[in-house]
Each structure stands twice: as C-alpha cells, then as structure tokens.
Design a protein around this ligand. Structure first.
Ligand code: ZN
Length: 226
C-alpha cells in the first residue's frame, strides 16, 4: 500500500486539527499494519501518529506531512509508539518503511503462507521487528480472515456466474419478464462481487456486495480482530 499526501485545506499549529485530512490521505487505513478502520475498531480506534517522533530535535509537531494515520494498537509503545532508529541503525539501512514513499509489501517484506511476514531489506526487518507486524496475533488473524473471506466470495462469484449463464440462455430461448429480471439482478450482483474482490490489497471494509448469503455474512461481519 502506498499513500499520496495532499496539502490540507487548513494551516494550524495545533496538529490534532489535521485529523480529518490525515484520515483522508490514508484512506482510513493504518500506515503500518495496513488494516482498514472496519477491520480494527472503526474510526475511534485510530489516531494520528508522528512518523518521526515529535519529541525529537528539529521535528515540528505540526508538520502535516509527518502525521500518519495509525491504529491505536500500532501506536502503542509496544509497537511503533515513539520508536526511531539510532544513528547506527540508520547507517545500516534500518529504518521504518515509509508507505508515503513506496509500498513496502513486496519490496521490504512479503506475506507468507502462514500469515507471517518475511523481511527482504534492512528497513523491512527493522519495521517488522519493531512494530511486530509478523507475529502479532491480531494481524495474523486479520490476514487469515481476509484470505478466508476472499475464498468464500470467489466461490460465491463462481455460483453467481453459473446462474447468470443459465438465465441468459433461458432468456434467449424463452423470453419472459422473470428471466429478464433474474438476468438483471444477477448481472448487478456479479459486478458487485467482482468489484469487491478486485480490491488491492484485499481488505474487509464497506461497502460489501449486496445480498450476501448468511455463511458469508458470518465470516465477513466487520469487527475488531483480536
Ligand atoms: Zn496498525
């Protein structure tokens, strides 16, 4: 995930007032664990983090471009908190991956089959280690749930496509209002599912496709993971 920052419509010395614009720039997604608000406690579960900690020398706390959208979990001292690499670490290329610069996924670390992460660069190693992106139970569960939901939706999409072929053929052979209505509603559903599945990266956030079967609603129902 890579984010693009835009100038906020206001200029203020009180950094907390930038909250709606930071949230906008990061599309309601945590800059570190890349969970969407719908996956991690809603908007109330998010704060603005100073990417470079505000207590450091020469850091302007009100510098908008140093404010990153962050889930409260990542913001806690156990994870990102106010950590920053030492000069020695920086000299070895160890630093926090900056998702406003480039997408660290696939560049600095990759996701593995068991929902953990493997580092590819010193920056990736530092970030994964400090924020504990690999072994945090909540994040592993989130990745696992995404994969489960994705597979369920893919299966449902295949069913819907099958039904659409059936009704399209039937409409051609024996035109009726019923067949026409079925085709229209199935086409809309297929489109909604395709759009949902095309999300990259795949995240569980609204809007969800309409008329989701019960087994899928149970699996997808957005709630904080943990
Ligand atoms: Zn986070």
């Amino acid at each position: 995930m890579k984010f693009t920052r835009e100038h906020p419509p206001i200029k203020t010395d009180y950094w907390r007032r930038y909250r709606p614009y930071t949230r906008r720039d990061f599309q309601s997604i945590c800059a570190y664990c890349f969970r969407h608000e719908d996956e991690a406690g809603g908007e109330a579960g998010f704060v603005q983090d100073h990417f470079e900690p505000k207590h450091r020398q020469n850091v302007d706390p009100a510098n908008y471009f140093n404010l990153y959208w962050c889930c409260v979990e990542c913001n806690s001292p156990r994870y990102k908190g106010s950590k920053w690499p030492t000069p020695e670490q920086l000299a070895c290329g160890e630093c926090f991956c900056d998702p406003c610069h480039h997408d660290p996924v696939g560049t600095d670390y990759v996701e593995t089959n068991d929902w953990t992460l493997t580092s590819l660069t010193p920056a990736g190693g530092f970030t994964v280690r400090q924020i504990r992106l690999s072994d945090r139970e909540s994040l592993r569960k989130c990745r696992e749930r995404r994969a489960l939901v994705k597979s369920l939706y893919q299966r449902e999409l295949a069913n819907l496509r099958g039904a659409l072929i059936y009704w399209t053929t039937r409409l051609a052979e024996r035109p009726s209002d019923e067949a026409r209505e079925k085709c229209d509603s199935l086409r809309a559903l297929v489109e909604a599912y395709e759009l949902f599945l095309a999300r990259d990266p795949f995240m569980l956030h609204h809007p969800l496709p309409p008329d989701v079967p019960q087994e899928l609603t149970d699996a997808i129902h957005p709630r904080p993971f943990g």
